[in-house]
Design a protein around this ligand. Structure first.
Ligand SMILES: [Zn+2]
Length: 341
């Protein structure tokens, strides 16, 4: 299996508001290093750099003004002489306020984000753009006939909607991969999101479309981030009715119930007649994950890979979450090795 990765992400490590404290984000640069080291140790040596960022492709899944905002926000922050090292919102357009794009930087930070768990550093744009082109390259490789590829993306992407960052995500890497597959002639694509958190951004991007189906197993948003999307009654809209499936599970979910939910999703993908699958691969379902509440163990990730292999469709694996850094490499590569075995 070919791996796509870059190292530009190293300079991106933002601040997040966590349990009432402003801390260095759980989504840290060493996450990628640990996965890279494990890939190498287990014989995944076909590692490639992606090509240039396809801005037009990115602007198919994201609003162009949002992309331009991400690219320039930190420069504007510095030019305004703001005190903090990271550009961060302090207000959002909540219920009964108006959906108006404001002019000021601080206001636009609220307009273009939905959570205070991430912020924009001097290097956030470079890292996010690298992750997006990494996912694109993996999708191109699969579109050209490879049975699978792994995009070792950082930062993750599945919480980023068409025009909002949050949940450590800025550009939606899985959506970029799905859109690349579509534009390469794959008529029907499914995104399978197995991260602990609901992929609200990916759902939002494809919610009105029938050609890209989205399905997700995740912690119940009634009690877990991203709270305001990911509920079981969200089935798609307009032309996309029936192309969205959410299976929320309670805190404490163990392997048995998780794999039962996976079967539900895989049978649904079969009925959707997807010709290729993008896997939003988060392993924060792991029992020791510091910010998550599921109970999967490392062996379960081998089983996940083995089960996905039996689906027998071209597959683009896109790295999402996973914050138990000591086990992150093992868990992530277990999926890939299980898939190949
Ligand atoms: Zn997650």
């Amino acid at each position: 299996m070919r791996i796509y990765a870059t190292t530009a992400h190293h300079q991106h490590h933002c601040l997040e508001l966590d349990d009432g404290r402003l801390i260095q984000s759980w989504e840290s640069p060493d996450r990628a290093d640990i996965v890279d080291a494990e890939l190498l140790a287990r014989g995944f040596t076909d590692v490639r750099q992606p090509g240039d960022l396809d801005r037009l492709l990115v602007e198919t899944v994201h609003v162009p003004a949002y992309v331009a905002f991400l690219e320039t926000a930190h420069e504007r922050w510095v030019a305004e002489g703001r005190a903090g090292s990271c550009a961060m919102s302090n207000g959002w357009p909540a219920r009964r306020m108006r959906d108006i794009r404001p002019e000021g930087l601080q206001a636009q930070l609220g307009y273009y984000s939905f959570a205070a768990d991430c912020s924009i550093t001097a290097d956030t744009w470079v890292a996010a753009a690298d992750a997006a082109r990494t996912a694109d390259a993996a999708a191109q490789h699969v579109a050209a006939g490879a049975p699978s590829a792994f995009a070792r993306c950082r930062p993750p992407g599945h919480h980023a909607s068409g025009d909002q960052f949050g949940g450590y995500c800025y550009l939606n890497n899985a959506a970029v991969a799905a859109e690349r597959l579509r534009q390469s002639g794959v008529d029907r694509v499914a995104v399978l999101d197995v991260d602990y958190h609901h992929g609200n951004g990916t759902q939002d991007i494809f919610y009105h479309r029938d050609d890209v189906s989205f399905c997700s197993i995740h912690a119940d948003p009634k009690v877990e981030f991203p709270y305001f999307l990911g509920h079981a009654d969200e089935e798609g809209m307009d032309g996309g009715v029936g192309a969205n499936l959410n299976v929320p599970l309670p805190h404490g979910t163990q392997s048995g119930d998780w794999f039962t939910a996976l079967e539900t999703l895989l049978q649904w993908i079969e009925r959707r007649a997807a010709e290729a699958i993008v896997v939003s691969l988060g392993v924060d379902t792991f029992v020791d994950d510091p910010i998550s509440q599921f109970q999967l163990v490392s062996e379960d990730f081998i089983r996940l890979g083995q089960r996905l292999a039996r689906v027998d469709r071209p597959m683009v694996f896109v790295m999402e979450g996973g914050y138990a850094t000591e086990a992150l490499g093992t868990n992530m590569v277990n999926v890939l090795e299980g898939f190949l075995s």
